[in-house]
Design a binder for this molecule. Structure first.
Ligand SMILES: Cc1cc2nc3c(=O)[nH]c(=O)nc-3n(C[C@H](O)[C@H](O)[C@H](O)COP(=O)(O)OP(=O)(O)OC[C@H]3O[C@@H](n4cnc5c(N)ncnc54)[C@H](O)[C@@H]3O)c2cc1C
Length: 368
């Protein structure tokens, strides 16, 4: 290892961008990731910056949306994530969505070829305690167990968990276009960006009933479940009220069914998931239903009766502090020279315009 390098543990979105920004400023970086020797329960791709669930980086509208504005600011800062997202984007209306495999491959190539970045494929199993080095811990919500345990011990926290889920992906050629149709909400963007599957009132409530009674992955009694409210599994939304989904991922606004010329009661949208447009993900449909239940319940959606699933949804426990105050406290207990980056994509941008090197005590933490 280079003594003067900044060591970044975790080559996810946060670690990759941090490595790039430092290296572009002439700082040598050792970027450590346990892949491909070891994968978290959600990661599958040997490349870095893997998007495990939605392939969308949310709105790209910099005039009306805060996330879009941050995208634009990151472009001005020559963000690696933004360069590669723009180069590998797939149609998604007003959102910025990417072909996740191409995106990860491009980022990995750029980092691997950078003369100031050394890639080290190994799992970090202890909390690094070399006071002569600077570290960024960017191992994300699925930090491997041993390191998560070491972080808990270091910060004296009680717990490091909350729960989230992955949305399913179907093959586009298995969607029935006699029922489904192409249209972007409010006709923003290209009409082919989204496929819409309509439900009438009766179908919607039958679907909600099936969701509520479907077999789900159960957690242990001792696992207190803390979901991220912006990314709830659909069945959890349904448990909060039978109409909740109508104001969430199944909201029917801004769409008219050209097959019936009716306003649908509820809609499931499918967004392009790869550049060839052979795969479509069910937008906002993260779920912890068991696979058999997903096959049964999701094929109740008109247009998806014969859907073939390229990937089923799933649920996972995240290794993240469950309460924000715990995260904020990290800066007080960490030895100098550490920077802990615990991020989600949506606020991950907050860490980017960083002045890390001048702030040896900084803890750049973001949740949600
Ligand atoms: C099931 C699931 C669904 C999600 N859905 C969404 C979503 O729809 N939208 C959204 O914005 N965010 C979602 N997230 C959160 C998502 O993880 C973050 O948005 C984003 O990936 C965080 O980036 P990161 O760089 O912090 O972590 P990651 O992208 O997870 O990268 C962490 C990296 O660290 C490596 N690593 C872990 N432990 C070690 C170790 N001990 N030593 C070395 N390397 C290690 C991993 O291999 C990985 O490459 C989801 C997460 C999960 C798990």
């Amino acid at each position: 290892m280079k003594q003067q390098s900044v060591h970044i543990i975790g080559a996810g979105l946060a670690g990759c961008e941090a490595a790039w920004q430092l290296a572009q400023r002439g700082v040598a970086v050792c970027l450590h990731d346990m892949k491909p020797h070891k994968f978290s329960p959600a990661h599958q791709n040997a490349n870095f910056a893997e998007l495990v669930c939605s392939n969308s980086l949310r709105s790209d509208d910099y005039e009306h949306n805060a996330v879009g504005l941050m995208h634009q600011e990151m472009r001005l800062l020559h963000s690696l994530i933004m360069q590669c997202a723009d180069a590998t984007k797939v149609p998604a209306g007003g959102a910025l969505a990417v072909d996740r495999n191409l995106f990860a491959r491009q980022i990995t190539e750029k980092l691997t070829l950078h003369p100031l970045i050394e890639i080290i494929h190994e799992e970090q199993i202890t909390f690094p305690d070399d006071n002569d080095c600077m570290y960024i811990i960017a191992t994300g919500p699925l930090t491997s167990n041993t390191l998560a345990q070491a972080i808990i011990e270091k910060i004296g926290g009680q717990s490091l968990s909350f729960f989230d889920a992955i949305a399913p992906v179907v093959y586009k050629d298995s969607v029935d276009f006699n029922k489904a149709w192409y249209q972007s909400r409010y006709d923003k963007g290209d009409k082919y960006d989204y496929i819409n599957c309509p439900l009438n009132k009766e179908q919607y409530y039958a679907f909600v009933e099936a969701l509520l009674t479907a077999e789900k992955t159960e957690f242990h009694d001792w696992e207190e479940v803390h979901y991220f409210d912006g990314c709830l599994p659909i069945e959890v939304m349904a448990e909060r009220g039978k109409d909740t989904l109508l104001f969430g991922p199944m909201k029917p606004v801004g769409l008219t069914n050209p097959n019936s010329f009716e306003k649908p009661y509820a809609v499931v949208q499918l967004r392009q998931d790869n550049q060839e447009d052979t795969l479509r993900n069910l937008v906002g449909f993260q779920t912890k239903m068991k696979h058999g239940a997903q096959q049964r319940v999701l094929t109740m959606i008109p247009g998806l009766e014969n859907a073939r699933f390229a990937r089923f949804g799933g649920s996972l426990m995240f290794a993240l502090p469950d309460k924000l105050p715990v995260v904020r406290d990290i800066s007080r207990v960490l030895p100098s020279g550490y920077c802990v980056v615990i991020s989600r994509l949506v606020t991950f941008w907050g860490i980017l315009p960083f002045s890390l090197l001048g702030q040896r005590h900084s803890a750049l933490c973001s949740l949600i």
